[in-house]
Design a protein around this ligand. Structure first.
Ligand code: ADA
Length: 563
């Protein structure tokens, strides 16, 4: 399943889920006469097969696809970890880096019948890969998210953007932009119409020249709107259709949208005009049985656990998430801080010649593809990178400008650990700090926050909302020590979280508190940086890797439910 709702009733779309031929590949091996050794389920991580559980390198996937008509074919890959080369009937048609964002390719004039699709996948670490490095989470291998084939006309709807603003009472306006692409050498005159539930939307008649992409924007007003919020996540289907000169409906795109507005006034965050406090978790997409390719059922379980804990926010640390998880957040009313892909990159990493382009692509693919999720209320960038250096500041500035250029409706932040030295607080809408009082540092949580707060006021963050974007402690599931409550015991983890929650949920100056982390996750052994992590996992989960609650869960639930 690609999404939790139908996106096309006119355009023919098929998910390429199932067993693909698979083989690992030596470095310079020829991909075109490779014999395949295994069947690998797509989507999935190859680490789920015992013999590939430690494999890092290249692998080849093959499947045969069948077109029902002579057509233009659009292939959409929701996520390949981490580098993909795509070949269609032995011709290279796409190249992509970064596991966690989608890419697509269009192959024109494909004949009806069977065709071969090869995908070369690489998850190895090298100097070329700046975002995927040995890290405090795991870079898996494989076609980890769904693959879709679409038969498209010469002209089609590439994307929609829905941007709501509140006018008064139940009246809202929405600016709707439609991106229509002509992939042929003919000119088209098209009629564009749509509807949002019962509201009919007329976008007029347009000429689209050969190989042109046009953007059609119109503003509409809606009465009796049901707003989207965490308490009442009301969703609408926005359905847009294209008609050709013969009055034949030739294409459609359906998006699921919500009316909600995020605003910042002085040091508070407002949702639909009311101040909101974000309480929740940082979450990695990780499971011992499935790697990062979580089946929908596990996503649903996570959502249920998040809801039951009384939380209202998830930060997608440290990369854009599977869209089905975002769909679930839309449906169940969970606010999302969606983050680009970067964790703990040093200035040296940031000065790698590939850094700018790899981040720019990730930001673009994240914002444009996830624009319509009402649950996403914050864009985050560059977790704990070199924001304490002037050179790093330039990179932060550039990325914030890039995102603002694509989306003016959502605030931007980044999570910093550069206490007392960060140079980028003036650049963001919300100041976010990762603070591990009680775990890495033995200190009074409240006093430390006082110091941090005073420094933020004179370091560019004056009058801005503040989120404590990470706090937490390690606790090994099943390691109980009720009397001495030593470090790594479930009891100590619970004590530290309680001490932190008392402060962060009660300080007036704070607008959000996000626990590190939802559940334990696997970390990378290579590079040796995280060898200190017991079980080769980051064990700060309130749940373990199988989603079994630790002692801390009851404490977290009590605090979150009362707030
Ligand atoms: C950092 C980082 C997380 C995780 C955490 C920890 O703040 O952002 O990815 O590594 O620390 O567990 O120490």
């Amino acid at each position: 399943m690609v999404r939790l709702f139908t996106q096309h009733k006119i355009r023919r779309q098929k998910e390429l889920e199932g067993f693909w031929d698979f083989a690992i590949l030596e470095d310079r091996e020829n991909i075109f006469n490779k014999s395949f050794t295994h069947k690998m389920w797509v989507p999935g991580c190859w680490e789920t097969y015992p013999e590939f559980s430690n494999y890092r390198g290249k692998a080849l996937y093959k499947t045969i696809i069948e077109c029902d008509n002579n057509t233009n074919l659009r292939l959409i890959f929701k996520g390949v970890s981490h580098t993909a080369e795509v070949y269609f009937d032995n011709i290279k048609v796409a190249n992509h880096y970064n596991a966690y964002t989608q890419f697509d390719t269009i192959i024109k004039n494909v004949e009806k019948g069977k065709h071969e699709l090869l995908v070369l996948v690489d998850n190895s670490f090298s100097n070329d890969s700046v975002l995927h490095i040995p890290n405090d989470y795991f870079t898996y291998g494989g076609i980890i998210r769904p693959v879709v084939m679409e038969e498209i006309e010469d002209i089609f709807i590439e994307r929609l953007e829905f941007s709501p603003t509140w006018i008064k009472d139940n009246t809202w306006a929405a600016e709707i932009s439609i991106y229509v692409r002509n992939v042929s050498s003919k000119e088209f005159t098209i009629k564009v119409k749509g509807n949002l539930d019962d509201y009919e939307l007329d976008f007029g008649i347009w000429n689209v020249r050969e190989n042109q992409l046009i953007k059609i924007t119109k503003r509409f007003e809606f009465n009796d709107v049901k707003v989207w919020s965490s308490e009442n996540p009301h969703l609408y289907l926005l359905n847009v259709r294209l008609w050709n000169e013969d009055d034949k409906c030739i294409d459609d795109l359906i998006e699921r949208v919500g009316f909600r507005e995020v605003k910042i006034k002085s040091n508070r965050i407002y949702l639909n005009g009311k101040p909101v406090f974000f309480k929740g978790f940082n979450r990695h997409e990780d499971h011992p049985d499935y790697g990062c390719a979580l089946p929908l059922q596990i996503m649903v379980k996570d959502i249920m656990l998040i809801k039951q804990s009384g939380a209202n926010m998830i930060r997608t640390s440290h990369y854009p998430n599977d869209e089905r998880f975002l769909d679930l957040c839309d449906e169940f009313g969970i606010y999302v801080w969606e983050e680009n892909h970067a964790r703990g990159l040093t200035l040296q990493h940031m000065q790698n010649p590939n850094f700018d382009i790899q981040c720019e692509n990730c930001n673009r693919e994240m914002v444009l593809n996830h624009y319509n999720h009402p649950s996403i209320v914050i864009w985050g960038i560059l977790n704990e990178c070199a924001s304490q250096t002037p050179e790093g500041r330039e990179k932060y500035k550039k990325q914030i400008e890039q995102i603002k250029g694509m989306d003016k409706t959502r605030p931007i932040t980044f999570a910093s650990c550069m206490h007392f030295s960060d140079l980028c607080l003036d650049l963001v809408d919300i100041v976010s700090m990762n603070v591990y009082s009680g775990w890495y540092e033995d200190r009074d949580t409240n006093e430390f926050f006082d110091k941090l707060y005073s420094w933020i006021q004179q370091a560019g963050g004056a009058g801005k909302p503040i989120i404590i974007s990470e706090f937490g402690a390690e606790g090994l599931y099943g390691f109980r020590d009720p009397f001495s409550r030593v470090k790594w015991s479930e009891e100590r983890q619970a004590d530290i979280l309680e001490d932190n929650l008392i402060v962060y949920l009660n300080r007036e100056e704070i607008s959000g508190a996000l626990i590190w982390q939802f559940c334990d996750c696997k970390v990378t052994e290579e590079g040796k940086v995280f060898l200190g992590r017991a079980r080769t996992k980051n064990n700060k989960g309130v749940f373990d890797e199988y989603r079994r609650p630790k002692i801390a869960y009851d404490i977290v639930k009590r605090f979150f439910s009362q707030k």
